[in-house]
Design a protein around this ligand. Sequence first.
Ligand code: GLP
Length: 253
Amino acid sequence: MAVALSHRKTVSNVYSDAQAAAVAAADMIEARLEAGTLHTFGVATGSSPSPVYRELSRRALSFSDVTVFALDEYLGLVPEHPQSYRAVIEREVIVPLAVSPHQVHLPDGADPAGYDQMIADHGGIDLQVLGIGRNGHVGFNEPGSPFDSRTRIVDLDDSTRAANARFFPSIDDVPRWAVTQGIATILAAHSLLVVASGGEKAHAVSAALDGPRTERLPASVLRDHRDVTWILDRDAAAMLRGSANKSTAEGTT
Ligand code: GLP
C-alpha cells in the first residue's frame, strides 16, 4: 500500500534478503520497460544495485532502445581502471544487458554542467536507481551537499573513501574526488528507485526515512520526490521505526 502525501509518493518495501530485494527491483524495471516508459535509465554502482542488474540479465529483456545515464564517477582513474565506474558499468550493465556503449553516458569532470543539459535534452531520466552510502550519501553527494546542487565535482568524505577502500589495494589508492549528479539533478528524475541491503545501511535508511530532512543526511531529501520507491532487505530496514509514509511488504523467498 502506498500512501500519497499531497503530490508526493514514498513507498518502502521490505524483503527477506538482498536477492529478494533485487528481484523486486528488477520487476519494477522490467514493468517500465514492458510498458514502454523506460527510455532513459539512471544507473548507480554499489553493492545493493549490483544484484539488480544481475537479476535483469537473467531475463529476456531488450535494452536496445534505452539510453543509460550513470549517477557518478571517480576522478583520477583512467577509464580502463577496473574500479572506474565506467568499467563497473561496462561489467555490470553494458555487457550483461547488451546495451550499446554509445547509449551509455557518464558525468565528465571536464564539463559537469553539460551532463545536466544532456539529461534534459533526452527528456530527463525516467527511472533512476540509487544506492545509499553509510553516511547517507546519494551518488557522491556527501553530507552537507546543497539540496539545489547540480552535477559537479566533489571531495569524497574520509568515511566514504574508507568504505570503498575494499575495492582498492589500499585507502591511499581510493580517489579523493568524484563527479556526481547533484541532489537537484537526482530529484529531477521522473521516478526514483532506492535499493539498500545489509545492516551497514540500517542507520542511514532510518535517518533518511524517519529522521529530519537535512543536508547533513543527503538521502533525507528523497522524501521531497513525487515518486520514490525504497526496496530494502530486512537488515537494511532493521532500524525503521515505522512512519506514516512507509508500507511494508514481506518478500517470499
Ligand atoms: C558509492 C556510490 C554510491 C553508492 C554508495 C553505496 O560510493 N558512489 O552511488 O550508492 O556508495 O555503495 P555500496 O552499496 O557498495 O555500499
